[in-house]
Ligand binder design. Structure first.
Ligand code: ATP
Ligand code: MG
Length: 509
């Protein structure tokens, strides 16, 4: 049976988690992680946490998060990780949407009466503070809320169809959707990722993606634990500490969003460069230009992958050698069925552009919430519609051309924003470019682009557009160019075209 409990419980005294710090790093073996998790599961049972209840966990990447997340799922309850940087209203939205029983917060949170505490009190959610005291994780219920009058319940054992995790989608195209993921879904993704990158106990990853999204949780955390490897886990991504942690703790791979790769490219590199088995890029498009720069500078293989919350993260990835990896492509389907379909759900042949649809044991069974409000994402044949558009080349490699909701429809001509971004990124003075649709009296929509110019460089709109016009058909030339130093991003560094469009509109008044 595929549960997180079964996939992590192989006896091993090798290192599972290292939390680097200035003083003494925390180091736990795989056996010790399981022991900690089982102890904490008993504490959850002692305060009455029962199967199918949602437990919110609002932490940066810490040992408290790691243990509480797993213990909740072992208890057949549902882990609901939340970004600790949310404001009160955001916490309220998630706590209510998930009907959360309790929120786990760092020690001292209640005394500080921060955003999460105020939200939990408003929603009647119990508050417990948890803390790594050097030997174990303590748990103190501070506000008993809906836990009041509860007795101790028995320690449970999950089955593979139990929901282990609920995460919301990033809300790029609308209101975030709540995605329940079962033990089976999580175990399948973990296996797919382990197989894709041939992860073994000898691998050591520096985890810089937050654990409150599928990228960090599945590709970094669970895949490393399940493959028997080691995980170096600072609280968050820090460009200045990245290489120190990487070298000191002998990491040999990492996974990150393109924004982080770009930030690293702007900084300094260790000399000599450590041997990096591979670098994974996922969650947003990686322009072929940045891809090649990264491979040259790091002297490492860069493998781009494609993922979504509904698939418990990974759907495709570029493969390890001897198979080819192709800059500009998100690679091949990994452990699932992938088809390109038209609007009616008809399968399209290789080379034809359509919607990417997937079927696999890693895919959610559907969104939470009223089906009248949250439309089903499935086709009649049971494939999940990703909302992304793309095509397969003759070797089965997927090329994404954009999100269906974000295509720029210029008088019926559908323009791929990813294609525009990639072309703009080739300009030597451009650091980052995000294109999007703007209203146009004549065509309905037209192309606009927000540009961040490299430090110390100057670039005029005229110079840029004439350069662009030599490389792309006239109808794709941006009608409007915005220069900005701060490209709006989500907490995970994802570009949201909708937000960029809104912000640029505000800048121009
Ligand atoms: P919402 O579904 O609420 O609109 P979202 O789709 O951004 O938000 P996530 O599940 O976090 O929420 O992101 C999945 C999406 O991210 C994919 O559907 C795809 O559009 C995009 N994505 C992921 N990896 C890549 C990649 N390598 N290249 C391009 N886009 C990617
Ligand atoms: Mg989505």
């Amino acid at each position: 049976m595929a549960t997180l409990l079964s996939s992590l419980s192989r006896p091993s005294d090798s290192t599972a988690i290292i939390v680097p710090s200035q003083k003494t790093p925390i180091i736990l073996s795989h056996d010790q992680v399981v022991e900690q998790v089982m102890n904490f599961q008993k504490k959850l049972a002692s305060i009455g946490i029962s199967p199918r209840e949602a437990v919110a966990i609002a932490f940066p990447n810490t040992i408290e998060f790691a243990v509480a997340f797993l213990a909740t799922t072992f208890q057949r309850a549902i882990s609901a990780p939340l970004n600790p940087a949310y404001k009160q209203e955001e916490f309220e939205f998630y706590l209510e949407d998930l009907k959360t029983t309790v929120i786990l917060l760092p020690k001292g949170a209640v005394a500080e009466n921060g955003e999460a505490v105020r939200a939990a009190r408003k929603c009647g959610t119990a508050i417990a503070e948890i803390f790594w005291d050097g030997g174990e994780i303590t748990l103190d219920v501070i506000d008993s809320g809906s836990l009041r009058h509860r007795n101790e319940v028995k320690v449970e054992e999950p089955s593979e169809d139990d929901v282990a995790l609920i995460l919301h989608t990033s809300g790029t195209t609308g209101r975030p959707k709540a995605v329940p993921l079962s033990h089976k879904n999580l175990c399948r993704t973990t296996k797919n990722i382990t197989v894709t990158y041939n992860l073994t106990p000898a691998d050591r990853t520096l985890l810089v993606m937050p654990l409150f999204h599928v990228h960090g949780l599945l590709a970094g955390f669970l895949s490393s634990l399940a493959s028997g490897g080691s995980l170096i886990m600072p609280p968050r991504f820090s460009a200045s500490e990245f290489w120190g942690d990487f070298v000191t703790h002998e990491a040999n791979w990492y996974t990150a969003v393109p924004t982080m790769h770009q930030i690293l490219l702007r900084g300094e590199f260790p000399s000599p460069m450590p041997t990096i088995r591979f670098v994974r890029s996922c969650s947003s498009p990686l322009s072929p230009t940045v891809h090649r720069q990264l491979e040259t500078v790091l002297n490492a293989l860069v493998l781009e992958a494609y993922a979504m919350t509904e698939a418990a993260h990974q759907m495709t990835s570029n493969p390890l050698p001897p198979a080819k990896h192709k800059p500009g492509s998100v690679g091949v389907a990994q452990g699932l069925e992938l088809q390109i379909m038209d609007d009616e759900g008809k399968h399209l042949p290789q080379g034809k552009i359509g919607e990417v649809c997937i079927l696999g044991a890693n895919v959610t069974s559907g969104y939470l919430g009223d089906p009248k409000v949250v439309a089903s994402p499935f086709t009649r044949s049971g494939y999940l519609r990703t909302g992304d558009q793309g095509y397969l080349d003759e070797e089965g490699y997927l090329f994404l051309t954009g999100r269906l909701k974000e295509l720029i429809n210029k008088g019926g001509e559908k323009i791929s924003p990813i294609e525009i971004d990639n072309l703009l990124a080739q300009h030597p003075k451009i650091l980052e470019a995000v294109s999007f649709a703007i209203d146009d009296d004549l065509y309905g929509q037209n192309v606009a682009a927000a540009i961040t110019v490299r430090e110390g460089e100057e670039l005029s709109e005229g110079e840029l557009l004439s350069w662009f016009g030599q490389r792309a058909a006239k109808f794709k030339i941006p009608k409007k160019v915005y220069f900005t130093e701060n490209m709006p991003k989500t907490a995970t560094g994802k570009v949201q075209r909708r937000l960029v469009a809104k912000a640029m509109n505000e800048i121009s008044g």
